[in-house]
Design a protein around this ligand. Structure first.
Ligand SMILES: Nc1ncnc2c1ncn2[C@@H]1O[C@H](COP(=O)(O)OP(=O)(O)OP(=O)(O)O)[C@@H](O)[C@H]1O
Ligand SMILES: [Mg+2]
Length: 263
């Protein structure tokens, strides 16, 4: 049983309605295809990079896994649990650090983490919460209100929230955007330790040197399709000498959806 599996996953977002009149009219048009027949298996213990330019479909794929959006076709599972039919077990197995900063301004950092623990049925979770806070450099902010934190600190809390239930699979959607050098280092040390302990890590990032340093395998998405999938070493060997150059070569070799449609 693999950690994560996507089988022929496609996602077409419903067409938009135009203006307020759309409230009274059915939406027209074909909709937008964000994912196109994505099949991918990630094994337990992998540190996996999901790369692609803006709009490639990375967050949409993660949202399908997290049950935040439903695939139009295909199926996805976490630790063997189907994300639709067995969603409770799938969500317990997964911790997602979202790309967008979302937080409740009425709670302190510790309250936020206790509430998140409660969602997963953990009552006396403070030892683990303290360990997470220490590893993310948040111990002295534990009793601060969320709205009083800087942007980078809020992002640290999002990382902490994803870890409170000790999920076997951890997905980080651009976790280091806007984060200072110190946290990047301590975050990667902590996440690498969790990976060594057996947690599966899936990372999306536009900092390709981070992916190169950390990830054993890499998938590249473009226009909702997987255009490369291999060990990070093999992808680097294919071109350029580092992952960023390999990425640029692979992306340039792929026609964009627009030019395909014109052809
Ligand atoms: N709710 C939605 N409705 C319509 N289109 C959407 C929706 N969410 C995403 N899209 C579109 O789907 C495509 C993929 O978006 P997605 O957020 O998955 O990209 P991404 O690879 O995560 O990009 P980034 O690197 O900028 O985070 C984009 O063209 C986006 O505009
Ligand atoms: Mg994204």
């Amino acid at each position: 049983m693999s950690a994560v599996s996507f089988e022929h996953v496609s996602k077409i977002f419903a067409p938009r309605t135009l203006g307020w009149r759309g409230l009274f009219r059915p939406p027209s048009g074909p909709g937008f295809q964000a994912l196109d027949d994505v099949s991918l298996t990630i094994e337990h213990g992998e540190f996996f990079a999901l790369l692609g330019p803006n709009g490639a479909g990375k967050t949409t794929l993660i949202s399908v896994l997290a049950g935040l959006c439903q695939a139009t076709q295909g199926r996805a599972s976490v630790c063997g649990h189907d994300v639709v039919n067995d969603y409770q077990a799938a969500r317990r197995s997964l911790g997602v650090v979202p790309q967008e900063l979302v937080y409740d301004p009425f709670f302190t950092v510790r309250e936020t983490l206790r509430i998140q623990s409660g969602y997963f049925g953990f009552r006396n979770n403070d030892d683990w919460i303290d360990e997470i806070l220490a590893n993310l450099g948040l111990s002295d902010k534990a009793d601060e209100n969320m709205r009083a934190l800087s942007g980078g600190m809020k992002r640290r809390v999002l990382v902490a929230q994803a870890l409170v239930h000790r999920p076997p699979v951890i997905v980080l959607d651009e976790p280091t955007a806007g984060v200072d050098v110190d946290l990047r280092r301590s975050l990667w040390e902590f996440i690498s330790r969790l990976n060594t302990q057996g947690h599966t890590i899936i990372l999306t990032t536009h900092y390709l040197e981070e992916a190169e340093m950390l990830c054993n395998r890499t998938a590249m998405l473009k226009g909702g399709r997987i255009v490369a999938l291999d060990t990070t070493k093999a992808l680097i060997a294919r071109g350029g000498g580092n992952l960023e150059q390999a990425f640029v070569q692979i992306m340039n070799a792929q026609p964009s959806k627009f030019s395909e449609a014109q052809a």
